[in-house]
Design a protein around this ligand. Sequence first.
Ligand code: HEM
Length: 190
Amino acid sequence: MTRMRLPLKDTPRAYGKVTRALHWSIAALVLWQFMTMILKVAFGVSPRESAIVGSHGPVGTAVFILIVIRVIWAFVNAGRRPAHGRGIIGIAAKAGHGILYLVMLIVPLAALSRAFGSGRGFSPFGFPLFPTREEPIAWMVGFGDAVHGELGWVFGVLLIGHIAMVGLHEAMWKDGTLAKMAGKKALRDG
Ligand code: HEM
């Protein structure tokens, strides 16, 4: 029996190793981000009393770096990725993924803008990313305040929709959508 090997790059049949590593590591870290904020908002745990809640900013910064790499990797693989399908469903899937990418970039970017603008200094995992400054930059803080939390929850709703759509593909259309991002079934059946 020949063993299927996942390629590094994407193919029209399935996503490759790099895309999968980025997708699932970002998924796990974003889940962590929501868990830390649910602990804070719903259970009143403050970042000062809990290292888990306190990890939100540093982990969010790591997520942002991974997302930037993911966007670059999407461009590198443009034209060789699995198609979204034809017709209105295909257009909706393409638009949905585009919106997810956009929101995924803006949410941490807004928080980083606020962290930079506040002038309080920001050293994720001990790495001195933003220095302290006397004068805050009002528009950067305003942008972060207005966008980060609200768009963060919108992102959560979009993710629930994303997971629900994969469930629909699996249950109704049985078109192997999940297999393109998990396992090697898509390579065998494609
Ligand atoms: C993909 C990454 C991220 C996600 C999904 C995310 C999500 C969220 C959500 C849902 C909230 C709750 C807002 C509320 O109180 O109702 C929040 C709050 C917060 N986040 Fe993030 N975040 C991310 C990245 C970051 C980063 C990079 C930083 C720091 C630079 C950060 C700093 C904060 C802070 C300080 C709060 C509490 C104040 C506020 O509500 O804005 N987050 N985040």
